[in-house]
Design a protein. Structure first.
Length: 134
């Protein structure tokens, strides 16, 4: 698989590629929204969106491993946060956590960062989904 960042000089540089050209793909993996829930269905890390993100990324790594893939194979990452998250006030913490999982460039295309009123459980602050290719 070959991954090439497509750059656009009219878009701001935010630390992730706006577009990736993917070629020579032999395997795709679509990961549905990973919730910050343990095996028993209880929400973890109440009130800490960054910790919930890290918990979800660890679950995503396990799913990727099961499919014979790695974090580097993620092409697009979609992050959904609730209105309860001070996204702008904690942007540095989120950026550090994100870069901890994707230190190499190009990382995944930014996908979408969306804010919603709530998720399926009131203690869930964040949910992530991904598309991976290999």
């Amino acid at each position: 698989m070959k991954k090439t960042e497509i750059k656009n000089s009219m878009l701001p540089s935010l630390g992730f590629p706006w577009a990736l050209h993917i070629s020579d793909v032999t395997q795709w993996l679509f990961i549905s929204g990973i919730p910050p829930m343990d095996k028993a269905g209880k929400v973890v890390n109440h009130g800490d969106a960054v910790a919930q993100f890290q918990y979800e990324m660890e679950r995503m790594k396990e799913i990727l491993t099961e499919a014979g893939m790695k974090l580097e194979d993620i092409m697009s990452l979609t992050i959904t946060v609730t209105e309860k998250v001070d996204l702008y006030g904690e942007w540095g913490k989120f950026a550090d956590a994100y870069l901890g999982y994707f230190p190499d460039t190009p990382g995944p295309a930014g996908g979408t960062l969306r804010m919603v009123r709530g998720l399926s459980h009131p203690k869930m602050l964040i949910e992530i989904e991904a598309i991976a290719a290999k």
